[in-house]
Design a protein around this ligand. Structure first.
Ligand code: NAD
Ligand code: DAU
Length: 352
C-alpha cells in the first residue's frame, strides 16, 4: 500500500471514530489526520486506544471555516479525504435546521473548494470520498428498496442537507473533475454512538428505569447495520471503488421500531437480572416525529457483487455485543450525558 496522507473529518464522532481506528491500525504507512470540531457529538475519548499511534494526528477545526480549510490543505498536502463530519440527528434538524445547512452543505462545499485548490491539475490518484445516508432517498411504503438509482426525495432538514451535499460532490466531479465517491448507508448501531439516537438512548433509559419514548405507533422501519461493518465497507470502497460512482451500504436487516425495542427490553431484562417483561413496561408512546419517514431499506447488491463486501455480523449477535458495550462502559455514558445533554433531553421529550 502506497504512503498516503488522509484527512478524515468527523473522526471523533460515532462512525468516524470506527473509521479512524480501522485505518490507523490497518495501514501503518498512512498518515491519518482526524479533523473534528468536537461538537456535543464529538468525543476524543472514543479514540483513546489509538491516540498515541505515530501515524495519527488530531486537528480541532470547523469545516464551516473556509480559510482554515484552505490553510490545512496547503499545509498537509492531503492525498485523499474521507468526509464524515456532519450534524447527524434528525430531531435536532427539526429544532434547528440552519445549523445543518452550515455544517452539512457549506462545510462540504468548503472542503471541496480546499481540495480543488490544493489538488489543482494534479488530480490523478486523489480522492474525495463523501459519506452519505440512505435518508436522501426519502421514505418507502411496505414494498420496495433503495438502489443507487432511486430518485432523491429527502423529507427532513437533515436529509435535505445531506442530499444537497451529495449533489455538490457530484457537481464538483462533473464540473471541476474533483475525483469523488459517495456511499449511502442505512442506520448504524454499535459502540460510541451518542445517546440521542434510538439504540443507545433506549439502552441507557432501560438501565436507569426511565420511560422509553416511542414516536407514533412504533411502526416505522429501519435497516440496521453494525458500525464496524460500515467502517469495513468504507475501507473497501476507498481502496477499490470506481471514481464517480455511488455505492449503497446496508445489511438487509429491517426492523419495525417496536419489535426492535421489545427485543432490546428482553435482552436487558436478562442481562440486568430482571423478570422478563419488566423493561417493556417502560414503553411510552409519544407524539410522532414531524415528517417521520415510514421505512428505509437498502439494496447493497452493487457493493456485494462488485467489491465483494458482505456484513460480518448477524443482528442478533450485534445487538448483544452493543448492549454489553454500553453496560460495560458506564463512565463513557456518564461523561457524554453530563452537561448539555440533560437540557437537550428535557427540550426534546418534555414537550411530547
Ligand atoms: P456523529 O454525530 O456521531 O458525529 C459527527 C462528528 O462530526 C462529530 O465528531 C462532530 O464533532 C463532527 N462535526 C460536526 N460538525 C462539525 C463541523 N462543523 N466541523 C468539524 N466537525 C464537525 O455522526 P455519525 O452518526 O458518526 O455520522 C457520521 C456521518 O455518517 C455523517 O455524515 C452522517 O450523515 C453519516 N451517516 C450516519 C449514519 C448513522 O446511522 N449514524 C448512517 C448513514 C450515514
Ligand atoms: O438511515 C440512516 C440515518 O439513521 C442516518 O443518516 C442518521 O444520521 C441517523 O441518525 C439515523 O436516523 P434515524 O432518524 O433513522 O435514527 P434515530 O436513531 O434518531 O431513530 C430511529 C427510529 O427510532 C426512527 O424511526 C425514530 C425512532 N425514535 C427515535 C428516537 C430518538 C423513537 O421512536 N424514539 C426516540 O426517542
Amino acid at each position: 500500500m502506497k504512503n498516503k496522507t488522509i484527512l478524515i473529518t468527523g473522526g471523533a464522532g460515532f462512525i468516524g471514530s470506527h473509521v479512524v481506528r480501522l485505518f490507523v491500525t490497518k495501514y501503518p504507512n498512512y498518515h491519518i489526520v482526524n479533523l473534528d470540531k468536537l461538537t456535543y457529538a464529538g468525543n476524543l475519548a472514543n479514540l483513546k486506544d489509538i491516540e498515541n499511534q505515530p501515524n495519527y494526528e488530531f486537528v480541532k477545526a470547523d469545516i464551516v471555516d473556509s480559510e482554515a480549510m484552505f490553510q490545512l490543505f496547503e499545509e498537509k498536502q492531503f492525498d485523499a479525504v474521507i468526509h464524515l463530519a456532519a450534524e447527524s440527528h434528525v430531531d435536532r434538524s427539526i429544532t434547528n435546521p440552519t445549523e445543518f445547512v452550515f455544517t452539512n452543505v457549506i462545510g462540504t462545499v468548503n472542503l471541496l473548494n480546499a481540495a480543488k485548490n490544493s489538488w489543482k491539475d494534479k488530480l490523478e490518484d486523489k480522492l474525495f470520498y463523501h459519506i452519505s445516508t440512505d435518508e436522501v432517498y426519502g421514505s418507502l411504503g411496505e414494498e420496495g428498496i433503495f438502489t443507487e438509482n432511486t430518485k432523491y426525495d429527502p423529507h427532513s432538514p437533515y436529509s435535505a442537507s445531506k442530499a444537497s451535499s451529495d449533489h455538490f460532490v457530484r457537481a464538483y466531479y462533473d464540473t471541476f473533475g474533483v475525483p469523488s465517491l459517495i456511499s449511502n448507508c442505512s442506520n448504524n448501531y454499535g459502540s460510541f454512538q451518542f445517546p440521542e439516537k434510538l439504540i443507545p438512548l433506549f439502552i441507557n433509559n432501560i438501565k436507569n428505569n426511565k420511560l422509553l419514548p416511542v414516536y407514533g405507533k412504533g411502526e416505522n422501519i429501519r435497516d440496521w447495520l453494525w458500525v464496524e461493518d460500515h467502517a469495513r465497507a468504507i475501507d473497501v470502497i476507498f481502496h477499490q471503488g470506481k471514481v464517480g460512482e455511488t455505492y449503497n451500504i446496508g445489511g438487509h436487516n429491517e426492523w419495525k421500531n417496536i419489535d426492535l425495542i421489545k427485543i432490546m427490553c428482553a435482552i436487558m431484562d436478562r442481562k440486568l437480572g430482571r423478570d422478563l417483561g419488566t423493561s417493556e413496561k417502560l414503553i411510552t408512546y409519544v407524539k410522532d416525529r414531524a415528517g417521520h419517514d415510514l421505512r428505509y431499506a437498502i439494496d447493497s447488491t452493487k457493493l456485494q457483487k462488485e467489491l465483494n463486501w458482505i456484513p460480518s455480523l448477524q443482528f442478533e449477535e450485534g445487538i448483544e455485543k452493543t448492549i454489553d458495550w454500553y453496560l460495560e462502559n458506564e463512565t463513557w455514558m456518564q461523561n457524554v450525558t453530563s452537561g448539555d445533554y440533560q437540557k437537550y433531553y428535557e427540550n426534546q421529550y418534555q414537550k411530547r
